[in-house]
Design a protein around this ligand. Sequence first.
Ligand code: CP
Ligand code: NVA
Length: 298
Amino acid sequence: MIKHFLKDDDLSPAQQEEVLTLKPGKALAGKAVVVIFEKPSLRTRVSFEVGIAQLGATPVIVDAQTTHFGRGELMADAARALSRYADAIVIRTFADSRIAELAEYATVPVINALTDGYHPCQVLADLMTIRQHLGGTAGKTIAYLGDGNNNMANSYLLGGTTAGMHVRVASPVGFTPAEHITERAKEIAEQTGGSVTLLTDPHEAVAGVDVVATDTWTSMGMENDGIDRITPFLPYQINGELLKAVPNAIVLHCLPAHRGEEITDEVMDGPQSVVFDQTENRLHAQKALLAFLVDGKE
Ligand code: CP
Ligand code: NVA
């Protein structure tokens, strides 16, 4: 049975814990991993390329503009072709139906490097960062402020509850999480001792939390949807004033940051920010994930 990682809860709580503690060494020596980008990237691209090389495997990075996808090649055909060359396929794409088709036809593990719906590799790195700074995840509370209906919000809801966290999402009306995501997150939380709380008041959301997180208000692909993604979000900015209530909380941002929008310079560059540890942990978390899924762990 091939194991894919398309969304956060594709790893059970025990599997997530295993990935977050795995030290993979050269677990993929002699293998190859293809990494496809249908959206821009800096961190994901470099962390996968470097990480795959550190595992002893060959990274093959493919930009969608140089493929046949724009000319109508089916994901199903690409999946079967790439499975003949590579031991895992990593992809950043748009609709989750594209990665689902790839996974259905691939005969090697498929990893989600960001879709419209989820960013599960990022949340693995975030959980690793929380463990590093706070000693664990179970029972800790995270408040995510901003677009509650994007990939990061969805992944915090599913991945955070898998890790036993209390996940709060504070977003403006009209940008709240989808019901099927919150229902699934609540189911997971019931097993792990976590919880899910949706709020509209950012101050209420951060009261007493261990972690404050945010993301861009305009995700890739939403730039020209005609929706005002600034005005309704202004009260959800992570700034010095908001953090006065939680001086010991750590601050996460998956990057790229839109300084002056969802986060201020003062916070990004301030003592509560652990965003560059978080970004480093993309490398460690993805190496562990690859080793776990390709089953070359040492
Ligand atoms: N956080 C993240 O996925 O960054 P990139 O879009 O630069 O890969
Ligand atoms: N929600 C953002 C995350 C970027 C890493 C986006 O999809 O653009």
